[in-house]
Write a protein that binds this ligand. Structure first.
Ligand code: HEM
Ligand code: HEM
Length: 197
């Protein structure tokens, strides 16, 4: 097997491990999603659309699944490289963009951005001296990076300047990596240390 192929397989394995962690967390929080479906939310309250409130949690959960399922495109790209199956990738890239735009909208409403976004300072709510609980504020940083990921994805798809597209493609790659890692930490910490107010 040539070096290129081995590199591709290692890359694929790393991606499968990464996405499996997120999927495990989403399966783990399912009971909370299910109970949010049984509640009757008050649509007139802005707060209901945020955080762990009834609608806010539904949006986070469904939105996160959309961001996850959109990865089918990325995996198909690997399968084509490794086994030469013929698939119309352009169609799957469109599905990637549509799923991510919808998922992004749901998740951004969940974060409260921009209306009453309590975590607009990316770092000041992060307190490393308070242990794990001090990291709860990374949800602010996560929201900003998600915005960067969305914008760079949009520009790499629809931008017209080839040089700029190359840069936004890189930005998209690294910001998504950060989004996945921070999202996993955010989900765990939000469940471990729920806010009382
Ligand atoms: C915010 C949610 C998004 C997530 C989680 C996400 C995730 C990803 C991932 C993991 C990749 C593969 C990166 C790589 O391996 O190089 C990728 C590539 C890409 N995404 Fe996104 N994306 C998002 C939003 C978008 C949006 C909204 C668009 C377009 C409107 C978009 C367009 C693209 C394009 C054009 C590529 C490069 C495809 C290629 O080089 O083959 N993404 N995205
Ligand atoms: C990547 C996308 C996500 C972003 C950017 C994000 C961002 C945020 C932000 C900013 C808050 C604070 C809202 C406020 O009260 O002002 C929050 C709260 C919360 N998030 Fe997320 N979130 C994301 C994904 C998720 C997912 C997938 C889940 C679980 C399925 C989740 C569960 C929660 C919970 C339970 C809270 C409430 C915590 C509490 O108030 O005790 N989030 N999120």
């Amino acid at each position: 097997m040539d070096g290129h192929k081995i590199e591709s397989i290692m890359d694929l394995v790393a991606r499968i491990v990464g996405i499996s962690i997120l999927i495990t967390l989403l399966v783990y929080v399912y009971p909370r999603f299910y109970s949010s479906l049984l509640e009757a939310p008050d649509y007139s309250l802005i707060d209901e659309f945020k955080g762990g409130k009834t609608i806010g949690f539904r949006y986070a959960y469904v939105g996160a699944w959309m961001l996850t399922i959109s990865q089918v495109y990325v995996f198909l790209k690997y399968f084509i490289k490794l086994s030469r199956i013929r698939v119309r990738l352009a169609k799957w890239l469109d599905i990637h963009c549509i799923l991510n735009t919808t998922g992004f909208t749901l998740v951004i409403i969940h974060s409260g951005f921009p209306y009453s976004f309590r975590y607009w300072e990316p770092f000041t709510r992060v307190n490393v001296f308070k242990g794990l609980e001090g990291l709860i504020g990374i949800r602010g940083l996560l929201t900003w990076i998600l915005l960067l990921a969305f914008t760079s994805g949009f520009l790499s798809r629809y931008g017209s300047n080839l040089k700029l597209k190359k840069i936004t493609n890189r930005v998209h790659f690294y910001s998504i990596l950060a989004v996945y890692a921070l999202a996993c930490i955010h989900i765990l910490l939000s469940l471990m240390f729920p806010e009382t107010k």
